[in-house]
Design a protein around this ligand. Structure first.
Ligand code: HEM
Length: 408
């Protein structure tokens, strides 16, 4: 076992972007708590299941990155400040307040009521795709589906959807445009500024004319109940917009690749559609969209696996490595849709456990179910190793394009 620091550039190679799981397996064996150095910030990666689960629930690992060291600024850059005061970046008791306000809108009954509308959005997207015999499943399906759902939830007018989508994609795809790094960084900052301005304008519009949507609900928590500040209101809307579509889009893309490259599993699912809810959990374990949980900072000196993590260090809990740990999941690198359902970490763990879990499951079940039903003979149009992916160092694991063909 070694706790030798790895330069980020050595870890995050093109090979890693295509398939990070061999590197994760090596880390779990050789360096389960691995220091990683990078020009912007150093961190520790936690890669084994038991440690990852413990770390996600460890109150000594704070999500409040604004304290000494200005970690938030170092990690996310300027312009993010107006968008970062939300539950994901706070600790209890502040976290509990922020989560409670938003949690009302995610009550299972409210989410279940969305089922027919989600099915309608899925049908509408597939009506356009079906006659063509080919598609880019990211552009034509996986990205617009959760974006349309979350936009409706938030109360974003349909006429604004294209602009919002365009700017959120600039953030999602950062690092993959081929532009020089300085230009790329400037464009991400421009996107953050645009979204900040857009959400502020949306709040102003909803204040004047409230609706039955989440932004109006957050405004009333702010204005009438006084439990939310203006900055928290805009930051929460941003979190919901981003968390609500990015992860689900990448998950649907990753899940389809996993199925299309494991034909026996795909055939099993087609033959046994009632397996779908179970299959969704296994697909999320197998290749989730958030490889590393959002950054945490050590509030005191810690020790995991005998490795000292000094106070002030940034810690990344590697969900996608933990979910392949064979100490927890037998033959963890294998996709097995009949695998006994285990407690994977794909939706996180502890107080920051995904708030949108019911909605995410519903969208994935309806979306993937419909793709399999309505696109017979579905197959990748390029070899799997030629798929264009988000860069290795991206916080998200996902595809830029997913070209497929099928029988029209
Ligand atoms: C397949 C889709 C999704 C996956 C894999 C996923 C995964 C996660 C994970 C791992 C976390 C914890 C992050 C951490 O601890 O650093 C999280 C938090 C969160 N997710 Fe999701 N998510 C998904 C979809 C959604 C949707 C659809 C929404 C809302 C519309 C949503 C809203 C949130 C929010 C608000 C948090 C922060 C919770 C908190 O800090 O208390 N997510 N998600």
């Amino acid at each position: 076992m070694t706790d030798k620091a790895v330069p980020a550039a050595e870890l995050y190679t093109d090979e890693f972007a295509a398939d990070p799981y061999p590197a994760f397996a090596k880390l779990r064996t050789d360096s389960p708590v691995c220091p990683v150095t990078s020009p912007r910030f150093d961190s520790f990666l936690i890669t084994r299941f038991e440690d990852a689960k413990a770390a996600l629930n460890d109150p000594r690992l704070s999500k409040d990155l604004y304290g000494p060291g200005d970690h938030y600024l170092r990690i996310f850059g300027p312009n993010s400040a107006g968008l970062n005061k939300n539950m994901l970046n706070s600790d209890p008791p502040e976290h509990s307040r922020l989560r409670q306000v938003t949690g009302r809108a995610f009550a299972p009954r409210r989410i279940e009521a969305l089922r027919p509308r989600v099915a309608e959005i899925v049908s509408g997207l597939l009506d356009k795709v079906e006659p063509q015999g080919k598609a880019d499943l990211m552009r034509d399906f996986a990205i617009p589906l959760p974006m349309l759902v979350v936009s409706e939830l938030l109360g974003i007018p349909r006429t604004d959807n294209d602009n919002v989508l365009e700017w959120t994609q600039v953030i999602r795809e950062s690092g993959s445009s081929g532009r020089p790094p300085a230009e790329e960084k400037a464009r991400v900052q421009e996107a953050q500024a645009w979204l900040h301005g857009y959400l502020q304008d949306l709040v102003t519009a909803k204040r004047a004319e409230p609706g039955d949507d989440m932004v109006s609900m957050l405004i009333s928590a702010c204005d009438e109940e006084g439990v939310l500040s203006e900055r928290e209101l805009v930051s929460t809307a941003f979190l919901l917009l981003f968390a609500g579509h990015q992860t689900t889009a990448d998950f649907i893309g990753n899940a389809m690749v996993a199925l299309l490259t494991n034909p026996e599993q795909l055939a099993l699912l087609r033959k046994t559609p009632e397996l779908l809810p179970h299959a969704i959990e296994e697909l999320l374990r197998f290749d989730g969209p958030l490889p590393v949980a959002s950054p945490r900072v050590a509030t005191e000196d810690l020790e995991y696996q005998g490795v000292r993590i000094p106070e002030g260090s940034i810690v990344g809990v590697v969900i996608n490595s933990a979910n392949h740990d064979s100490a927890q999941f037998e033959d963890g690198d294998r996709l097995d849709l009949t695998r006994e359902r285990g407690p994977h970490l794909g939706f996180g763990h502890g107080v920051h456990y995904c708030l949108g879990v019911s909605l995410a499951r519903m969208e994935a079940q309806i979306g993937i179910g419909a793709l399999l039903r309505r696109l017979p003979g579905l197959a990748l149009s390029v070899p799997v190793d030629k798929l264009r992916r988000l860069p290795a160092a991206s916080p998200f694991r996902g595809l830029i394009e997913l070209p497929v063909h099928f029988t029209a």
